[in-house]
Design a protein around this ligand. Sequence first.
Ligand code: MG
Length: 316
Amino acid sequence: MPSERPLVDAAGSAVEIVEVGPRDGLQNERTLVSTAAKIAYIEALVAAGARRIEATSFVHPKRVPRMADAEEVMAGVPRGDGVRYIGLVVNERGLDRALAAGVDEVNVVVVATETFSQRNQGMSVLEGLRSFSSISARARSSGLRVTATVGASFGCPFEGEVDPAAVGALVRSCVDAGADEIALADTIGVGVPSDVARLVAEVRAVTTDLPLRFHFHNTRNTGYANALTAVALGASALDSSTGGIGGCPFAPAATGNIATEDLAYALRRSGVATGLDLAALVSAAALIGGELGIVLPALLGRAGDFPAGLSPERRL
Ligand code: MG
């Protein structure tokens, strides 16, 4: 029986888009982009209205060579206009670097399953939580906002199904450890809207009013449906990358994050404000697509805006 509930019933509201192209997007692309091109990309994103940008990752350059220029990127990004830059941090050393580089927020990943946590973070879930706790305390005492991203919330590349109750328990622990925001990440792009609803219920059972952010990949073409569902269920922020760049390290042929311009289109048509300029987003996507030498997964730049709007010469 069809639901009487509209797909997005948040018309007249707003959602914050966290642009993750410079970090999650570029980190997972084959081509290494120059620091100057990364900064030009971020400038284009700011010009398109992006106000919260995950700019880089402070991880060991041997682990993630694409983010080896984190300090140089942060030194070159445009400041002001209410733009906030997020640095991904995995340990205390990363936090030291992020603080020195002048980020406004840190994003710390904890992982929902033991095997993924060991393989990706080199520590157990509990150790990850302890690490989050110490990073969070220091970051907050330095005045930074702290997000706990729960990786593999929707499914694990090693263990398969993930129990939403386990995600809820981990979220509660992160809140107790000082998280200002919780992000639920579908790291491998397996989730569907009913999973979003189940996770929102679990999280709201353990924490009632903390800002809830979602990170979706369009690996199996469910990313946009998941994002719209999350908005309808009260998500305050969504991650996306212009152009849909990024891929998935666990599915080599897969597309990347949901695309900011396609998401912003769907939201605008649903009456949900994002503050983003769609034509300028398409330009930013074309810029980074050109640097990467790829055909972008995003579709708005190919199809054009509706009504009227984008000219088709921006096709890639
Ligand atoms: Mg990701």
